[in-house]
Design a protein around this ligand. Sequence first.
Ligand SMILES: Nc1ncnc2c1ncn2[C@@H]1O[C@H](COP(=O)(O)OP(=O)(O)OP(=O)(O)O)[C@@H](O)[C@H]1O
Length: 624
Amino acid sequence: MGNWRQKLWQERVEPRLFLLTQLRMATDALALGTAGLNLVVGALAGGFVVASSVVVGRVPAAMSAGIGSPPWRSLVTAFLVASGILFAQQILTPLSAALGQLVKHRVDGLFHDRLLEASLRSASVAPQEDEESLANLRLAAEGLEKGSRTPGDAAAGTLALVTRYSRLCAFVVIIGVAISWWAAAAIGLVTMTLRVGHRDVVRTYTRLVPVMSPLRRESDYFLGLGVGPVAAKELRVFGLTSWITERYRSSALAAIRPLWRERRRVNVTAFLWRAAFSLAVVCLVVALMLRAGATGALTLTELTIGIQATIAAVLLGEFYHEADTGTQFGLIAVRALERFRGQVADPEVPGGGGPAAEAAPSFTEIRFSNVSFSYAGSDRLVLDGLDLTLRAGECTALVGLNGSGKTTLVKLLARLYEPTKGAILIDGRDIATLPVDAWRRQVGIVFQDFIRYELSLSDNIAFGAIERRSDPGQLAEMASRAGLADIVAALPRGLDTVLSPHYDGGVELSGGQWQRLAIARALLAVDAGAQILVLDEPTAALDVRAEAAFFDEFAERTRGRTTLLISHRFSSVRHADRIVVLSGGRVIEDGTHESLLARDGRYAELYHLQASLFADSSETEVPR
Ligand SMILES: Nc1ncnc2c1ncn2[C@@H]1O[C@H](COP(=O)(O)OP(=O)(O)OP(=O)(O)O)[C@@H](O)[C@H]1O
């Protein structure tokens, strides 16, 4: 297919076909009913032009024959018919708008489902971190978040076009029948010339959306920082309030500038020739009609019909506010979602389609065999031929400098990404061959950047094994194991308390309390059958006493579990059965705390460095 044809197909035809299927699925009868009603509303406009022209045509005879005469009565009849049509238009137009709104909401509801399904369908998190697919996802969601220019608007707008175009058809046919088909064709051409011009302006603006969106994201970000609670403290403490205001102003201006430039271009040049052409044709047609009227070739009724229909038709050569913004901008989201769906087809996640019910086997070891990995869009190998064996029932600690790849290793273990090279094997079987959901149920993780869900405390714990949500006893037990018993007891609604001050009766927890909650979540996963527990910096926000208590409890509770512990705190790390040091994407040291100290390598260097820092400080905390 030629380039322009492909573009035409992708930009105009495909999204419309998709919309039509959505209309059918969501609103079969409703869409058909609305389209039928809109057809009637359009036809009524033509009927009114004819009826009101007949009224004008009958006035001279009625006036000369006088009140009560047959011409007078036929004038009254024509007037009543015209009034009836006007009345019907007044009733049906708002009804059509209301049905259009119903269609909009139904299609948007469907699109919401489709958007969520597309966003969550990928087993890997790569699409959510890939800038190109993320941009499509944002474009698809943008309109829905604001509630305007949505796919529903595109659907309702498409139906609204039925009114406008049926009105135009009615006027053209009326001119053809009453005056001449040449005049009808000329007026139809003028209307469509003006109309296409207006619609193309909107289309030009829609092409700017992908350009403006990233620019607007920056200004939206500064606005969010300025008005939201997240940065409120720092902006004030660091004296950044005027700087933020200025950055918001300049980024907002930068975002709107492409639109201003384009608006000047299309408004000044493109309209001039269209306006001149249209004016010339309309003047010619009206002049010919008046001449025919003057010579008696047209009756007064025909002349009135011709002039009324011409003016009404030409007025349709405009921007359709109820249809054009919706159809043009709403289709952007439809196209963006289709592109995103293509990008998350995700054939590269092996085992992803397998039956989730197939349980992952129990195992004696997990082996990272020659595993290499680099993130999409980067050539840098974060893991570079890594070999590591985690033995079942053992607690292995992973240490290394910032950026050495510890969290990345965990993400591969959870199959959020697949290795670029090599494999992760459980007792020799590649985990990529297991159904991804079944495998993930084997892994309970506290991520370093765990999520603080603005939901109830019990939901925050239950997310570790959602099927246990209805077991408050077990959720309370997990809270207690993670050291939250006192907190729960003090909360107004106990486990049901919503953890956000933005809700009535909601509360905010401290950083350390949130961390305990994330730990409770992972403990629930383990209780529900996960064989591997991963803790990425689990005690970073805990005070020294809480950390010590956590590890005493932790050692007790996780005995016999396969545990992977990532921490920069050597006081935590030394509790592990085995310590592995990561550097340059590989394991460079492996042993117990004592053996690694005796070896006097990287681990010993980092340990002594941290110990000396604590010894130098006035704090009494030292690595134990
Ligand atoms: N989603 C991502 N996309 C691209 N690069 C990433 C992504 N996540 C991490 N990286 C890069 O991968 C490297 C390893 O990151 P990782 O988070 O695994 O390190 P880490 O050892 O856990 O660090 P830290 O001790 O600071 O938590 C870093 O250079 C980081 O910039």
